[in-house]
Ligand binder design. Structure first.
Ligand code: AR6
Length: 175
């Protein structure tokens, strides 16, 4: 499913993030930037040791912020590592921090001349963010950014599971 927002495209697909051919992939990392499971593990496995080397040089990333490395062996030239919030009950700044992940990732992309970006569903795996709410925040935040930043021509959400795709589809209809 795809929507046109001004000159940019916002789309959702079901699939594996690591296989995308966008200029950049966004990683759902943790503050250490030392790798982990889920998307993070998949990106480091597919991208090879160069990405971890660069991450260790950077040294870490606070929740809600983003850092850039090259894409190693991935098709994507860059990986933008962002750290989503661990979900407690929604009243510990989680919505603001999650929105910040998407915004800060796109700001890095704009600054680096990256035009096409693929995101996973940040925080909805190991970090436990409820999918419906996370989907709404993700799509709303990206939509607002694209309205102001036509230099980003494509944002693609790559959902690993059918249930996640369906939640994003519902959310995309309403944002
Ligand atoms: N492509 C697209 N989506 C994927 C893939 C993939 N290859 N693999 C998993 N997902 P998670 P988080 C989905 O746990 O919740 C790591 O250990 C998955 O189904 O990867 O932000 C980090 O190091 C889920 O919907 O990220 C951190 O410690 C979504 O991606 C922690 O997990 C996010 O799940 C971050 O947790």
């Amino acid at each position: 499913m795809q929507v046109k927002l001004g000159q940019s495209v916002l789309e959702i697909v079901e699939g594996d993030l690591t296989r995308q051919d966008t200029d950049a992939l966004v990683n759902a990392a943790n503050p250490s930037l030392r790798g982990g499971g889920g998307v993070d593990g998949a990106i480091h496995r597919a991208g090879g040791p160069k990405i971890l080397e660069e991450c260790l040089q950077i040294g870490g990333c606070p929740t809600g912020e983003a850092r850039l490395t090259t894409g190693g062996n991935l098709k994507a030239r860059y990986v933008i590592h962002t750290v989503g919030p661990v979900y407690k009950d929604g009243s510990h700044g989680e919505p603001q921090l999650l929105a910040s992940c998407y915004r800060e990732s796109l700001k890095l992309a704009s600054a680096k001349g990256i035009k096409t970006v693929a995101f996973p569903s940040i925080s909805t795996g190991a970090y436990g963010y409820p999918l419906k709410e996370a989907a709404r925040i993700a799509l709303q935040t990206v939509k607002e950014y694209l309205a102001q930043h036509p230099e980003i021509t494509l944002v693609r959400f790559v959902l690993f599971e059918k249930t996640a795709y369906e939640e994003y589809e519902e959310a995309l209809k309403s944002v």
